[in-house]
Design a protein around this ligand. Structure first.
Ligand code: ADE
Length: 417
């Protein structure tokens, strides 16, 4: 491959990466169906796609699907710690422009984003909104060539909606996160399971009998709380939204303020999407031995900067111990997304749904080229339901369908008591 076409850690890892991608694909039956169709119909023919999304085996399965659909792809990660180096090497070997490695500095992270932008993408795929942000603030010259973009995650969608409100958005975006077949599964099941995968790989701690404090009760927080309960923990939820707090209460969790939870928790997990959820003042109230982890997109939820003022030791990979006024406080994955920084992110079986939505969203943008406004769109319901049907089929699950009489009943308003 020509010089500058990729920048990865070690090409010797390519064979391992290929096997890992194949293992992911074996669990991504719905995406494989989309891939078969893409191969026949080539909906992305000749289109340059620029991506900033965790470089994992599941993302590689999406990239391969886009390539089968005719796209030319350049990819970088969306978190300095989440790249799977073997997967990056395998993609590079397959001719993909891939820029990223686990443990990038902030500067390298932005250089890699820049490499993707140098490719002049016509479609952008973001997870967290960094590509869209770079384009709108520093590379506006690219906008005239851009058909549209997609956003994978809640945090990115919040950023996009803020841009839309400010009338700052300059090309159409699809909030993939807002498809039901994305957020009801990936956020709940994926974050729920993989957050514990990360905490356990970091610490190998027994969860049963511990008090787990979950900050935030959105789809991700609900998933984390439910898995904590399933593993035998006593679960406390902190929330600012009264409806969600009430929901948590009626699901059987204790609900309290963080300042009170701080005194009793053994394991603290932030999953709010907002900043400074656990401050150093909270940390000072914690018990000796408390463990902190973040499962929100950016590393702003825990006051890592505050913690770094105290002496620390790296205990094992992804696990540090801080000496805060004579108490030991432990931090997983440097306060970055614990599931991707310390483990492998969401399992393939659930990313299957998210990445079907990504593939269909890109196809939708191309089909509707020139017809969409500079707004944040959600995929049409029939496409969302289509993803669920594909997944059910791939799992061998059959469901009933409405009879004509039932359909009519649902559309009538004059059949009452
Ligand atoms: N986000 C969360 N888990 C992921 C995964 N396995 N691959 C890509 N993005 C993710």
């Amino acid at each position: 491959m020509e010089e500058g076409m990729f920048n990865v850690k070690d090409m010797k890892l390519a064979e391992k990466g290929k096997l890992n991608i194949e293992w992911a694909e074996a669990q991504m039956g719905a995406l494989m169906k989309v891939r078969e169709r893409f191969e026949r119909e080539k909906p992305l023919k000749g289109i340059r796609v620029g991506m900033a999304l965790h470089i994992t085996k599941e993302t590689a399965a999406l990239v391969r699907t886009m390539v089968k659909g005719g796209a030319d792809v350049a990819i970088t990660g969306c978190n300095p710690l989440s790249t799977q180096d073997d997967v990056a090497a395998a993609l590079a070997k397959e001719g993909i422009r891939v820029y990223g490695w686990k443990g990038e500095t902030r500067e390298e992270y932005y250089q890699n984003l820049q490499s993707v932008l140098s490719f002049k993408p016509q479609l952008t795929v973001d997870d967290g909104g960094d590509l869209v942000h770079e384009i709108h603030t520093k590379h506006q010259e690219l906008i005239q060539g851009i058909i549209g973009g997609t956003e994978e995650t809640t945090t990115g969608v919040i950023r996009l909606r803020a841009m839309e409100e400010d009338k700052a958005l300059r090309y159409p975006l699809i909030a993939v996160n807002d498809s039901e077949t994305k957020h009801l599964f990936d956020n709940y099941l994926g974050t729920g399971q993989s957050t514990f995968d990360g905490i356990i790989r970091a610490s190998n701690i027994l969860i049963a009998g511990k008090t787990v404090v979950v900050a935030g009760f959105g789809d991700c927080g609900r998933g984390v709380a439910s898995r904590a309960k399933g593993l035998g923990a006593r679960v406390i939820v902190t929330e600012v939204n009264p409806v969600r707090a009430l929901q948590a209460f009626h699901e059987g969790y204790e609900v309290m303020k963080m300042e009170n939870a701080a005194r009793v928790g053994d394991i603290f997990i932030t999953v709010t999407g907002d900043k400074r959820i656990i401050t150093i003042e909270h940390v000072k109230k914690m018990k000796d031995g408390a463990i902190l982890a973040n499962a929100g997109h950016f590393d702003v939820e825990l006051d890592v900067e505050g913690l770094r003022k105290y002496p620390s030791k790296q205990i094992r990979a992804g696990f540090e111990r801080f000496d805060v006024g004579g108490k030991h406080i432990y931090l997983c994955g440097e306060g970055r997304l614990v599931n991707l920084a310390v483990a492998e992110g969401h399992p393939s079986g659930v990313m299957d749904l998210s990445f079907c939505n990504q593939a269909l969203a890109l196809e939708y943008l191309v089909k509707n080229r020139g017809k969409l406004e500079n707004r944040v769109y959600v995929l049409p319901r029939e496409l969302d339901e289509g993803v669920a049907m594909l997944k059910l089929k791939s799992l061998g699950v059959e469901i009933d369908s409405l009879t004509e009489e039932q359909r009519e009943y649902l559309h009538s308003w004059n059949q009452g008591t």
